[in-house]
Write a protein that binds this ligand. Structure first.
Ligand code: PLP
Length: 369
């Protein structure tokens, strides 16, 4: 008789409380499940124009060298980004997406006595970071879909260690401005680090928009996060980085894995930084798309939050789940607001003119507008 070898694994309580990340539904899965030949994905805030031709060529050329481990320090990429931002290379730490930089920052700076302060709803990985490191998570509800920095300041304690602000915020597209941010910063204890997640910074055109670079130059405890996944269209190769004072960046460098950024990502990143024309086109496409979506939502009587990013947060006035399913049947993948606690909202990535048209036509049909 065969022995029963079923075993049980013990998992710590805080790990069990984690919910695996739910990505936007992949295009191929929707095609397969619904028998569709063409599907438009506007669910993950990717660049609808794709990567720049120069980045694709750089990946092609680098592909022949993937039997070798990557350059562990991202030497050439580091120099390129440092020149691009006008800072020192020692102020940077690269990651397998900025997701990884969030993870590394948690490992480097959090201990179980610490508090992590952020807003809600916002990017889900801040919560994961707090839970993984057994910290108390303090989530302050947004006001008008915007980080409520005054209410957040009131929740600061001497245990506050990391403060996460997505600027622009995901999923709402709103920004916080210089004066209110500085008021919050001035109330932080010395040991706290403000993490300014600037994944969508390149899309912002607002005179009051603060960037982490300004504060890092002043010597503040600020960690800026940037990514190549959005305006540079490289979400699939995974590349992001943190910017900070050299002493803060050095701690991230101590913690990160030795070869965390692939050969392909490093090559693509350098080429993307030189692809000014592609960035300009991407911005222009986004601006035109935002205007088109805003006009259409107005006509449909739907309330959309003013966005500073490459997606819109719109109240469709009815429960979002059934609408999501109906949109899927019409070959359009969106992101539902319910995962962010907003049952009648959708987050819609700004696409090309054609993609936006397809999305709007389907939405009009589904909502009967
Ligand atoms: C606010 C925010 N931060 C970070 C990320 C992750 O970016 P990356 O692809 O660099 O891991 C995203 C991705 O959607 C995001 O919205």
């Amino acid at each position: 008789m065969s022995k029963d070898i079923r075993q049980r694994i013990e998992v710590a309580e805080h790990i069990r409380s984690l919910v695996p990340y739910q990505p936007g539904k992949p295009i191929e899965a929707v095609k397969r499940e619904l028998g569709l030949s063409s599907v438009t994905k506007l669910a993950s805030n990717e660049n609808p124009l794709g990567p720049s031709p120069a980045a694709v060529e750089a990946i092609r050329q680098a592909a022949a060298g993937v039997h070798l481990y990557p350059e562990g320090s991202c030497h050439d990429l580091r120099r390129a980004v440092a020149v691009h931002l006008g800072i020192d290379g020692g102020q940077l730490s690269f990651g397998n997406g900025s997701d990884e930089v969030i993870h590394v920052a948690g490992l480097a700076f959090l201990t179980p006595d610490d508090q992590v302060l952020t807003g809600a709803p916002t990017f889900v990985l801040y919560r994961t970071c707090a839970i993984l490191n057994r910290c108390e998570l303090v989530e302050v509800p947004l006001r008008d879909w915007t980080f409520d920095l005054e209410a957040m300041a009131d929740r600061i304690t001497d245990r506050t260690r990391l403060v996460f602000i997505a600027n622009p915020n995901n999923p709402t597209g709103t920004i916080v401005r210089r004066r209110e941010l500085e008021r919050l910063m001035d109330r932080l204890p010395e040991r706290a680090i403000l993490v300014l997640d600037e994944a969508y910074a390149e899309y912002v055109d607002d005179p009051g928009y603060p960037t982490s670079l300004d504060y890092i130059r002043e010597g503040r405890n600020v960690l800026g996060l940037r990514t190549f996944s959005k305006i540079h269209g490289l979400a699939g190769v995974r590349l992001g980085y943190g910017i900070a004072r050299p002493d803060i960046a050095a701690e991230l460098e101590r913690v990160r894995e030795p070869f965390n950024v692939s050969v392909l990502a490093q090559a693509a990143g350098i080429a993307a930084l030189e692809s000014d024309e592609h960035v300009r086109r991407s911005l222009a496409t986004n601006e035109a798309g935002k205007a088109e979506l805003a006009r259409a939502f107005g006509e449909m009587g739907l309330e959309a939050t003013e966005t500073h990013a490459n997606f819109v947060w719109v109240d469709i006035g009815v429960p979002c789940r059934p609408v999501f399913q109906e949109m899927l049947r019409r070959g359009v993948i969106l992101r539902t607001g319910d995962i962010f606690g907003a049952d009648t909202h959708m987050r819609i990535t700004v696409g090309t003119a054609e993609q936006n048209e397809r999305c709007l036509a389907a939405l009009r049909e589904v909502l009967g507008k």
